[in-house]
Write a protein that binds this ligand. Sequence first.
Ligand code: HPA
Length: 274
Amino acid sequence: MNFTFEQYEESAQAIRARLNGFTPKVAMVLGSGLGYLGDEVENAAAIGYRDIPHFKASTAPGHKGRLVFGTLEGQPAAVMQGRMHHYEGYSYEEVSYAVRVLRLLGCETLIVTNAAGCVRTDWKAGDLMLICDQIKMFSESPLRGGNLPQFGVRFPDASRLYTPRLRELARACAKELGIPLREGVYFYCYGPQYETPAEIRAVRALGGDAVGMSTAPEVIAAAHCGMEVLGFTLLSNMAAGILDQPLSEQEVLDAGEAAKGRFSALVRACLRKL
Ligand code: HPA
């Protein structure tokens, strides 16, 4: 199925009707265990995904499934507390639907966050990583199907999905705050099962530093419609097969909780300087 431009407009209109003229400039997607930033938004108005036409529910653990509008560090923001994933049964077009709607509402920048497995054996669980690029070449594009020229061109450039200017800004903020920040490539995997040790060896050989089940589709859609993108990964656990122990969802959520202070400080500093 392909959504029509009118459907995106319909969603945007339903949201606008609740915002009393508020125009968000920065869209944020908060991943597993990282949703708390949404609770820090000032003068907040929250809208549940189920109250927005054509939006899907967010069913993953730690994902509240609502959009919070308000200001964070002085920036008018739209924060997605919870995202949609392909493994929940959604198409990539559905997964990235909200990003296009936020673009129509006025957002020019997208900040994406996620929890992911750490593929690098010289890094450790709990580290924060600035995403400098991504690999999503074994699954279809969110742009598959008829192109909607209102959003962008048929064959968009993908050589700078994560905006160089914003990466530089994030490096400077991390340095200023004394927060160690890795930099690497996010490798997208379908999930919902975590990867096998053999898959992680393959990911490593292909150039992935972090492995996760989200983010890459939304970033493609955002870049397509002209948004600048900044991405942070919390390396919540060592990827499969690195340690002699099974992976668990609880470990991912606990890592989010433990990184709260650092993560929130870094994102807030970036927002101040956008
Ligand atoms: N693999 C995939 N997705 C993840 C992981 C992982 O190890 N940790 C958190 N999200």
